[in-house]
Structure formats: structure tokens, C-alpha cells
Ligand binder design. Structure first.
Ligand code: ATP
Length: 244
């Protein structure tokens, strides 16, 4: 098996005539945790969209393991072990929690149990019959994150999963990410809680205007200069005024 779970080689991508990513090289090694940092609009979500197959790059290659998947559709990439938890709680609000969980189990999985998700997020246990749209913001995010446990992926990409959540819920979310990482699942993490993301990461990439401005170990990052310079905010103070 390849040591590299995900590789982007010289990737350029954008929307219409707007180029967002320029010549991006990025690797996520098997079982490792990689943080992807950058200011608003730097291209982090665009990179995750390219990696998951939602956006086709204008140039460059995407590999999952040793297989090139540049032109492979998102559902086939999911089958190859790639799971994206998108920004903004990807749940079906008009369906029950139980139905959402069942949908997250891939069709090729014989075991249709969602117990692992309930073990990780016990708060969902008593809400199985409830419409997902009636859950709190934190519970909806837990429901969205359940996919990472039920689809048995080898790589999970997380786009700001703690966004707008109360600190106590953020703690639970990070605990679940630690559980996932310690089970050997590789993680590519876009996160507003930069310090917490760096603490759990083996490697960090910093994007600036769609280009890789830094790639290295978190300990090599000059937090004071680089992070404040590029991110424009303090390390651990995202806006939680609208937390739910
Ligand atoms: P944020 O932290 O704000 O989510 P980001 O680093 O994830 O930022 P992207 O969402 O990848 O950045 O956006 C990069 C650039 O691409 C921005 O200038 C954004 O306005 C633009 N962009 C994003 N999505 C689209 C789209 N669907 N069509 C056109 N432009 C887009």
C-alpha cells in the first residue's frame, strides 16, 4: 500500500475565469493528520473540493493512494476511501436522525449498523426519531460527522466543522477527531481553531492567495509572525458569538 493517502501535484483550479489555486502540491500520508491553514478566501475549501472530486482542476493531478483520480467522480472517490465533511452541516434536515445515519452507511457495507456513530456521539441516541432540522447546531454537526465513522474512509477531509459551535460542543467535536485519528484514519483539517488543529497535526500547509506559502511540521511554523500575518486573527479566538 502507498504511504501517501492523498497527493495533489501542481494543481491549479478555480471557477470560470477566476483562478483560485495555483501550482499546489500537497500530500497526506496514510494515518497522518494534516492541517490546512489560510486566510478567508485563500482557497482551502476549493482545495478540498478538488481533492474530493467536486471540482475538476484546470491543471495538475490528484492521486488517492497510487491511483490517479483527477477525472474520477466524487462517488467513486468515496468508494476509494475519501470522505468530505463539508462546511455548513451536510445533513438532510427534513429526514430523521435515523434516516440520515442509514444514508451515511455506504451501499457496499454489509453491516448496516450505525452504533459506532452513537458510541461517538451519545447525544444522538435519544434523538433518532427526530427530524435532523430540529437538532441543535452542535447535534447537527455531530450527525454530519457521523459519516466519517460509518463510511469507514481512509481519509477524512473536514471543512470548518467547529464553525459557530459553543465551546463545550467544540470540545466534543475535537475529541471525536482524536478518536478518528487514533484509529488510523488520515485527516485533512481546515479549522478556525488553529492552535487546536496544530496540536493534533503531523504536518501543516499554509495557503496564501491559492499558493502554498508554508509546508512543514507545526513546530517549524513561526506562529507569531506567520499566523497573524496570514490569518489576520489570534490563534484561538474564532468568533463564537453566534454559537449554538
Ligand atoms: P473561507 O475561510 O472564507 O471559507 P477559503 O480559504 O475556504 O475561505 P474558498 O472558499 O476556497 O476559500 O474561496 C477561494 C476564492 O474562490 C474566494 O475568492 C471565493 O470568493 C471564490 N469562490 C469560492 N467558491 C466560488 C464559486 N462557486 N464561484 C466563484 N468563485 C468562488
Amino acid at each position: 500500500m502507498s504511504d501517501v493517502q492523498l497527493r495533489l501535484e501542481n494543481v491549479s483550479a478555480g471557477y470560470g475565469r477566476t483562478t483560485v489555486l495555483r501550482d499546489v502540491d500537497l500530500e497526506v500520508h496514510t494515518g497522518s493528520v494534516v492541517a490546512l491553514l489560510g486566510s478567508n478566501g485563500a482557497g482551502k475549501t476549493t482545495l478540498l473540493r478538488v481533492a474530493s472530486g467536486l471540482l475538476r482542476p484546470d491543471a495538475g493531478r490528484v492521486l488517492v493512494g497510487e491511483a490517479e483520480v483527477t477525472r474520477v467522480a466524487p462517488n467513486a472517490r468515496a468508494r476509494a476511501g475519501v470522505c468530505l465533511i463539508p462546511e455548513g452541516r451536510g445533513v438532510f434536515r427534513g429526514m430523521s436522525v435515523r434516516e440520515n445515519l442509514l444514508l451515511q452507511i455506504p451501499p457496499w457495507e454489509k453491516d448496516k449498523s450505525f452504533d459506532l456513530a452513537l458510541e461517538t456521539f451519545p447525544a444522538l441516541k435519544d434523538r433518532l426519531g427526530e427530524l435532523a432540522g430540529r437538532l441543535s447546531g452542535g447535534q447537527q454537526q455531530m450527525l454530519a460527522l457521523s459519516r466519517a465513522f460509518l463510511a469507514k474512509p481512509s481519509l477524512v477531509m473536514l471543512d470548518e466543522v467547529s464553525m459557530g459551535l459553543a465551546p463545550v460542543v467544540v470540545d466534543q467535536i475535537f475529541e471525536s477527531l482524536h478518536t478518528l485519528a487514533s484509529s488510523g484514519t488520515a485527516l485533512l483539517v481546515v479549522e478556525q481553531y488553529v492552535e487546536r488543529a496544530l496540536q493534533m497535526s503531523d504536518h501543516v500547509y499554509l495557503l496564501n492567495h491559492g499558493q502554498v506559502a508554508f509546508s512543514g511540521r507545526p513546530s517549524e511554523l513561526d506562529e507569531d509572525e506567520v499566523i497573524r500575518g496570514y490569518l489576520g486573527h489570534e490563534l484561538n479566538t474564532p468568533d463564537v458569538s453566534s454559537a449554538s
